[in-house]
Design a protein around this ligand. Structure first.
Ligand SMILES: [Zn+2]
Length: 483
């Protein structure tokens, strides 16, 4: 997510293959599996091996997500009717249970259920209650099932647990023109499809969006094509639910090429977003800057969709950027784009396992943004150091250290600036050559995975041959700015 405007203004100067195989077929006969268990489906789950994760419960937001399920693949067929404000969906999920359970339980807002099946068998008792879809069909650890949910209804948003200046409700939002957009970090995917809405479960996606004549539907992933009024997107690289996006409106599309031919797509609304277009078209410049520092862009395509928001999100392969700006400043807007592009490496390719380590996303994206600003505004290293230390001191006092975010303060400035200051210390200690080699290796050898503080420290130490545990832990834990 983008840095809050306050700070920007101040500086205006393990893939588990075994998990996908059916190991229960022989053992379940001996242990007499419940007769209600679904029959083994005639589906080859190996196609979705890349969607395998090791989900965990989130310490900050334990009500969201289900660590007993690992969704491998979401196939979403969605249709939007602006006149009745009705979203109609068919979500087909390939799920690897990570534990035996008496039911399938996913995050889902209260849509009306039209039909629910598990391995093609109707699950008539399925219901949506307390923001959960509950399907009372028993599942067995590591024995994948296919859950299909047909539903319809009017989307509703969820409160955002934060005090950010640009805070808006989370999830699928209806515009006054009858269009749709969503921003959904730390959650909100569940406001438009049944989701394991927590970052430790990455999955593959196929999304098809059907819209009225003259409208467009946009989602994360690689654009596959358009057939009639249906727009299709595919994510062959695993993606956390908070990095999915959906926008529907009267959009115009621009296509372009990034460095070494990366296909790029910019979606904007003529008459509303025209002034932003020159900045969108600078995407190849941002990507070139980032590739030089962090290695190849980690996905096959990229792009930006402009929506009715004040914020911005690093949605995977298709950044969701707010066009509802109080005061348009091209340089500031471009910094936000650069920041969201940086997240494609830090956050999207390599994702924090839980929200406690949001600093791992925002620290890198923010530090990269400061390096970009340094190039644009030509301030020296001492100016950056002084600014970071001064901001760090104020933010630690106000919001606490970045390694211990509070549930009610999601993505506030301490998880941006303080870890950026830590990364500057690391950069200063290592020098540019070693620091950027470390950053590059972190992403390029671990893309597709989830990581946390412990694995980050272990990686830094292994890569550099030095022990930086104390430096990193002090910057993440200390109540005051480290010396
Ligand atoms: Zn960010």
């Amino acid at each position: 997510m983008h840095r809050t405007p306050l700070i920007a203004a101040a500086l205006a100067v393990a893939v588990l293959v075994a998990g996908c195989t059916d190991k229960t077929a022989t053992s379940s006969t001996a242990s007499a599996a419940p007769s209600t268990a679904p029959a083994t489906p005639a589906i080859d789950f190996s196609a979705w091996t890349k969607g395998t994760s090791e989900p965990v419960a989130d310490a900050l937001y334990p009500k969201h997500g289900n660590p007993a399920l690992d969704v491998l693949h979401y196939d979403l067929k969605l249709s939007w009717a602006p006149s009745s404000k009705t979203l109609t969906g068919l979500a087909t999920l390939q799920i690897r249970p990570t534990a035996d359970a008496s039911q399938i339980n996913l995050d889902f807002k209260p849509y009306a259920l039209d039909k629910v099946t598990v391995d093609d068998e109707p699950a008539a008792d399925a219901k949506v209650t307390a923001e959960k879809l509950i399907v009372p069909v028993p599942v067995t650890k590591d024995k994948p099932v296919t859950l299909a949910v047909a539903y319809h209804g009017k989307p509703a948003t969820s409160p955002f647990p934060t005090h950010r200046g640009d805070a808006e409700p989370l999830g699928l939002t209806i515009t006054k023109e009858g269009g749709l957009w969503t921003m959904q970090e730390p959650w909100g995917a569940y406001t438009w499809y049944p989701a394991n809405d927590q970052p430790s479960d990455k999955a593959l996606y196929d999304v098809a969006v059907t819209v009225p004549d003259g409208w467009s539907g946009i989602a994360a992933g690689t654009p596959v094509g358009q057939q009639g009024n249906t727009f299709t997107y595919q994510s062959k690289e695993p993606m956390a639910a908070y990095l999915q996006t959906l926008a529907v409106g009267k959009y115009k599309k621009i296509t372009a090429k990034g460095p070494h031919g990366i296909p790029l797509t910019y979606w904007y609304r003529p008459g509303t977003d025209d002034k932003l277009v020159p900045s969108l078209k600078k995407s190849p410049t941002f990507l070139t800057f980032l590739e030089k520092k962090f290695g190849p862009y980690p996905f096959p395509t990229g792009g930006i969709v402009v929506v009715d928001s004040e914020s911005g999100m690093e949605t995977q392969q298709m950044i969701t950027i707010g066009g509802k700006l109080k005061k348009f400043d091209a340089a500031g807007f471009e910094e936000d784009l650069l920041h969201e592009y940086a997240h494609q490496w830090f956050g999207d390719a390599v994702t924090p396992t839980t929200w406690t380590d949001l600093w791992l996303n925002e620290g890198w994206a923010d530090y990269t943004q400061f390096l970009w600003e340094q190039q644009v505004y030509k301030f020296d290293d001492k100016t950056l150091e002084d600014f970071l230390r001064k901001s760090d001191a104020e933010l630690r006092k106000k919001l606490g250290p970045p390694g211990h975010p509070k549930a009610a303060n999601f993505a506030e400035s301490n998880v941006y600036v303080c870890p950026a200051a830590m990364l500057k210390e690391l950069n200063d200690a290592l020098g540019d050559a070693k620091f950027f080699a470390l950053a590059k290796a972190w992403v390029q050898t671990q893309k597709g995975t989830q990581q946390d503080r412990k694995s980050f420290i272990a990686f830094v130490n292994k890569q550099t041959g030095k022990d930086f545990a104390k430096l990193i832990n002090t910057w993440l834990d200390s109540a005051s700015t480290p010396k």
